[in-house]
Design a protein around this ligand. Sequence first.
Ligand code: COA
Length: 260
Amino acid sequence: MALETLLVEREGPVGVVTLNRPKALNALSRTLLTELSGVIAALAADDEVRAVVIVGAGDRAFAAGADISELNTLDPAGAKRHAESAQAIFEALERMGKPSIAAVHGYCLGGGCELAMACTLRIASETAQFGQPEIDLGLMPGFGGSQRLVRLVGRGRALALLLGGHRIGAEEAERIGLVNKVVPAADLRGQAMALADTLAAKAPLAVRYILDAVYTGADLALPQANELEAALFGMSVATADAKEGTRAFLEKRKAEFQGK
Ligand code: COA
């Protein structure tokens, strides 16, 4: 499939998706979101892809938000559909069953920040700037930002960012838990790929069960969440990889996981 707004590459078991509208600071247009939806489905379905890295093209931005020129023309019903559609795409990314890493440089604003938050982990270059500036457009986030930001950094910090609309640098983003790690600009891609390779080498079914336990469990009361964990733990024990992992430990050798 020829893509207009994304580049998709494979580096071993890692799928690398580049948001590729650098002249518009990789703003998330409808076309980009539609293409992203198809790419996520394809990466999710490909068993040889064990982890995904998302980056922004150019030297200025991961993504500077939803495309404001398109937002400008929406009526209320259309805006609701637009939000629901983008939310479904980001949920598909979050629930792909394999880890995704946002490798963030430059502006990571609005929908760009919402996309990064839908990834499993975030690595930021020292140059990265995060924010939810919708309030300064007289708007609010619509791609899950008012919900994922609260879950990642807590209600007080999320409200300060959502209502303030200001930008924060990479170090503050790390301090409040919005990003997992800050690295020098020149190391961003290398470190994101190294982390993706590390995750790609883990037992994929155990990875899937952990993601399911964390994301599904977050929406349940603790007793039900623990029940879910026990059920998934039982499933993890039933895998060939669990037999191999425990046997390899006892035999003092490195485990060879097969994804079974
Ligand atoms: N949607 C559409 N186009 C965008 C965009 C967005 N979210 N963000 C940037 N662009 C475009 C600009 O219109 C400009 O296009 P042009 O060269 O055709 O005029 C280009 O990207 C470069 O942006 P520009 O504003 O000229 O760069 P800057 O260095 O002066 O400012 C930002 C950078 C990120 C501070 C500024 O672009 C900005 O505030 N963007 C919007 C951020 C936002 O509110 N996001 C939430 C959207 S809901």
